[in-house]
Design a protein around this ligand. Structure first.
Ligand code: IPM
Ligand code: MG
Length: 352
């Protein structure tokens, strides 16, 4: 197979972790006889510094013309005081919105090797955790009408039936392939958009009779995630609730440095990125955990290229390296072997 990947390293630790992910990608290519070519594009703070805007047209175009996109992270304190249309985060929204990537998959898996890094009690976590947050990514308050003057500001959350239905259907399909349990999270006791959301879930449910559906208000869901996370399998929710709950879910799996994500549209095209941020405090210091980005490459192979065996190979290489006791600083516990970003990437690539 021949595929061309647009690579957007971004800011902070972005280049550190992308370097390792590309090591693993080329090891997979060599092992399974695929040709993966890449082109680098700038977005975020680095693009601001070079071009004056966070998402240059050339970047969006390059990404759109590729077979899929691999992204590191954007943002940093250097650009934090800029007005919102110039902030590096706008690049991320521009890529998601510009390419129509409405379906964000954020698996949260507690690796058994990292059980000690989980902040919850053993009796709560039991045999481990494996849940999937399905987040709507191109609508809601992130993309609604907004404004501000000196004394006031507003953001609007708006959804159409079509926007809700397409993400909800994706979630039903995923739930069907997993445990058959789907929890839809909203704030239907307050928000019009949530009431519409609930109605759509209720209607779509008819097409998936073997999926058992529950509904939770987002405040309750946040509480249940730490009280009893094992009640969840697939969670589907709107953009901002999904942003918040996926960070929470990641923390109960030990480290945000471990979790990948896929942002998809109806066809197989997607953008893949770790769910963590740019961690400017540790950028360039060989300290970042590259595993979330490496696992994002695995998701790319699985979802965009249909290469399930290759994706499995990456995931089991990660597992093997953890089995051998190698840990980056964020997941380090006593008695383990501490390694830097680059060694972790090389170990996983070799383990393939
Ligand atoms: C995420 C991030 C982004 C978001 C930020 C950086 C715009 O937190 O991918 O979860 O809020 O979506
Ligand atoms: Mg977030």
């Amino acid at each position: 197979m021949k595929k061309h990947i647009a690579v957007v390293s971004g800011d902070g630790i972005g280049p550190d972790i992308i370097r390792e992910a590309l090591k693993v990608l080329s090891a997979v290519g060599a092992k399974f006889a695929h040709t993966f070519t890449t082109s680098e594009y700038e977005a975020g703070g680095i693009a601001l510094d070079h071009t004056g805007i966070p998402l240059p047209e050339e970047t969006l175009k390059g990404c759109q013309e590729s077979d899929s996109v691999l992204l590191g992270a954007v943002g940093g304190p250097k650009w934090d005081t800029l007005p919102s249309h110039l902030r590096p985060e706008k690049a991320l929204l521009g890529l998601r919105g510009g390419m129509g990537l409405f379906c964000n998959l954020r698996p949260a898996i507690l690796y058994k090797q990292l059980a000690d890094a989980c902040p919850l009690k053993k009796e709560i976590v039991g045999e481990g955790l494996d849940l999937m947050v399905v987040r709507e990514l191109t609508g809601g308050i992130y993309f609604g009408e907004r404004g501000r003057d000196e004394n006031s500001a507003y953001d609007t959350m708006a959804y159409t039936v079509g926007e809700i239905e397409r993400i909800v259907r994706k979630a039903f399909e995923i739930a069907q392939k997993r445990s058959g349990r789907l929890c839809s999270v909203d704030k239907a006791n307050i928000l019009n958009t949530s009431q519409l959301w609930r109605e759509v879930v209720g209607r779509v449910q008819g097409d998936y009779p073997n999926v058992q559906v529950s509904h939770l208000y987002v405040d309750n869901a946040a509480m249940q995630l730490v009280r009893n996370p094992r009640q969840f399998d697939v969670i589907v929710t709107e953009n901002m609730f999904g942003d918040i709950l996926s960070d929470e879910a990641s923390q109960i799996t030990g480290s945000i440095g471990m979790l990948p994500s896929a942002s998809l549209r109806e066809d197989s095209f997607g953008m893949y990125e770790p769910i963590h941020g740019s961690a400017p405090d540790i950028a360039g210091k060989d300290l970042a955990n590259p595993i979330a980005t490496i696992l994002s490459v695995a998701m790319m192979l699985r979802y965009s290229f249909g290469l399930a065996t290759e994706a499995d190979a990456i995931e089991s290489a990660v597992s093997k390296v953890l089995d051998k006791g190698y840990r980056t600083a964020d997941i380090y516990t006593e008695g383990m072997k501490k390694v830097g970003t680059s060694e972790m990437g090389s170990l996983i690539a070799q383990s393939l």
